[in-house]
Structures are given as C-alpha cells and as structure tokens.
Design a protein around this ligand. Structure first.
Ligand code: NAD
Length: 288
C-alpha cells in the first residue's frame, strides 16, 4: 500500500523549528529580515510572494516587500539590490522570478550577495552545491530531501530518475541525490526512450510542468514518486506532473499535489533565512 507523503505536516514541523530559532536569535538581540522583490503584476508571482510573507509572519521573520512596476529598468533593480546587500539588518534577499523580459534574470540573480541568497541561485552558491560544501540549498530540492529524510526513504544505491533539468529544480536535485549516494539519471525534453528509463527507477522525481505527464505504465511497482509539478488539469483543478490516481496504487511512497512538495519549498526558504541571519551574526548551533 502506498504511503502518501504529508508535505504539509513536515513543513509545519520545519516552520515550528524555524520559529524557535528566530525566537532564540531575538533573545540575543538579533532580528531576522527577508527582503522580497517582485517586479510587474504576474498573478502567480503575487500569490507566491503573499505566501512567503505569510510564512515569515508565522515564524517571526520580518518581511519587507519591494513591489516594483513592470517598467522598472534593470539598473533600478540592481540599485535596489545593492542597497539591500549593503544593509546589515537585511539577512535574506530574493527576487521573485520571472522578471519582465527586458531584465536579464541572471544579472539579477548574481547581483544578490551570495551570503543573502536564500534561494541559492547565485553562481557561487550553485558551485558550492556541486561540491557538497554549502550554506544554502535551493528551496524545492532541499524540501524534497527533507521529505525523504523524514519518511526514512532509503536512497543509497537506488536508481533515481529526475525528469526535468531546470537550474531551480532538476539540476540541483540531481546533485543532492548524488550526494546521498543514489545512482542518478536526469531526463529532459530531448531524452529518448523516457518511458523505459523511468520504468527502471526506484525513485522518480518529476519536475516537468506538464499535467499528468507521468503515467502508470512508466512506473515500476514499489517505486517512490515525488511530484514537483504545479499545473491545472482540463477542468482547471490543481494537479502535478504525475497521473496521481493511476500511479499512486503502484508506488511505495508518493507526494500528492497539493500538499506534497509545495509546502516544503516555503518552509525551506524560512530555514535558509534563519541560516543567513545566524551566519551574518556568526551564531551557529549544531542542531541546524
Ligand atoms: P522548467 O520549465 O524550467 O523545466 C521543465 C523541464 O522539463 C525542462 O528541463 C525540460 O527539458 C523538461 N521537459 C519538458 N518536456 C519534457 C518531455 N516531454 N520529456 C522530458 N522532459 C521534459 O520548469 P521548473 O521550473 O523546473 O518547474 C517544473 C514544474 O515544477 C512546474 O510545474 C513548476 O510550476 C513546478 N515547481 C514547483 C515548485 C514547488 O514548490 N512545488 C517549485 C518550482 C517549480
């Protein structure tokens, strides 16, 4: 029988731990602040930013929002980032992606101080992840690793197939699974024989962005299936990349959408912000 991974419950536990850490810092006179930048009026981005602000309020992190019009120039945005980099009371900075087309996304990501880069998208943080020697992990892959840990899922020596090779999910996910001793295959839009490759997987991580892309005939009996996708089905209902109804009975563990990976992403962002605050204040405890 499949075990349904409860991302909401695990995320709640992570947020409680973050709240206690924020409180501990406060007792030492240290506040923790996250600056969130949003450019333009993309509806989905607005929802994500609101959720991040709500999560900050819940755990006691001060959030500052910088909502800029879509006409903001790259120089204006870089100026704001520089100001936030220079402020010692700001611990984490994130710019909600995507930014409007006239702004170079990578210039923005790499302008954020690596020590405040709580999304872990800066090239030096990406390099650190590759080497396995990092301060921050990107929120979604790190959230998935926490789910795997909390459910005591054995990764060592397992065939792990990741579908998707984005910088935000697929690639860092591959690194983290590799660091955990899985045998990793990364598939993408040009992969041949995808079905055969996925069918051989003990662990499947789907980050494609296509509703119900992973079907039951692709899944080996007893596989662990992690669904990162956030899509709408033909009826406008939220769904993942996995055909959940038909795949679930075949699996040993599976994440639902919603309530699986999603809640972990924001919980990890909160954790990263506290880590940034501790590092900035040279205060670090072992139970991190
Ligand atoms: P992306 O568009 O950057 O990447 C999609 C990847 O899928 C690409 O690497 C592409 O090569 C691959 N792909 C596309 N078609 C394919 C095919 N036919 N066969 C195999 N691979 C194919 O997307 P992303 O940013 O990695 O996000 C993926 C999904 O995860 C989206 O639905 C996104 O909304 C969701 N997401 C969820 C969270 C969360 O917190 N739950 C966080 C980030 C992204």
């Amino acid at each position: 029988m499949a075990i349904i991974i409860d991302g909401k419950a695990v995320a709640q536990r992570v947020r409680e731990s973050v709240k206690a850490q924020v409180e501990e810092l406060k007792n030492k006179g240290i506040s923790t602040t996250l600056a969130v930048i949003i450019v333009g009026d993309d509806g989905a981005s607005r929802v994500y930013v609101n959720n991040k602000k709500k999560a900050c309020a819940e755990v006691g992190i001060i959030s500052e929002e910088y909502a800029l019009p879509a006409s903001t120039t790259q120089d204006e945005l870089l100026c704001l980032i520089k100001m936030l980099n220079d402020r010692s009371d700001v611990n984490g900075i994130l710019c909600q992606l995507p930014v409007p087309d006239h702004i170079d996304e990578s210039a923005i990501i790499n302008a954020i101080s690596p020590a405040k880069d709580v999304d872990a998208f800066h090239r030096s943080n990406v390099g650190a992840i590759m080497l396995g020697d990092y301060s921050f992990l990107p929120c979604t892959p790190a959230g998935i690793m926490e789910l795997i840990k909390q459910y005591d899922i054995d990764v060592k020596g397992k065939n792990c197939v990741i579908i998707g090779r984005s910088n935000i999910v697929g690639k860092p996910m591959a690194m983290l699974m590799l660091h955990s001793d899985a045998t990793v295959t990364v598939c993408h839009s040009k992969t041949k024989n995808l079905k055969e490759i996925v069918k051989n997987a003990d662990i499947v991580i789907a980050a494609v962005g296509r509703a119900k892309f992973v079907t039951a005939d692709m899944i080996k009996e007893g596989a662990v299936v992690i669904d990162v996708g956030i899509n709408r089905d033909e009826n406008g209902k939220l769904c993942g990349d996995v055909d959940y109804e038909n795949v679930m009975p075949l699996t040993s563990y599976i994440t639902p959408v919603p309530g699986g990976v999603g809640p972990m992403t924001i919980a990890t962002l909160m954790q990263n912000t506290v880590i940034a605050s501790k590092l900035a204040n040279a205060f670090f405890t072992e139970n991190n």
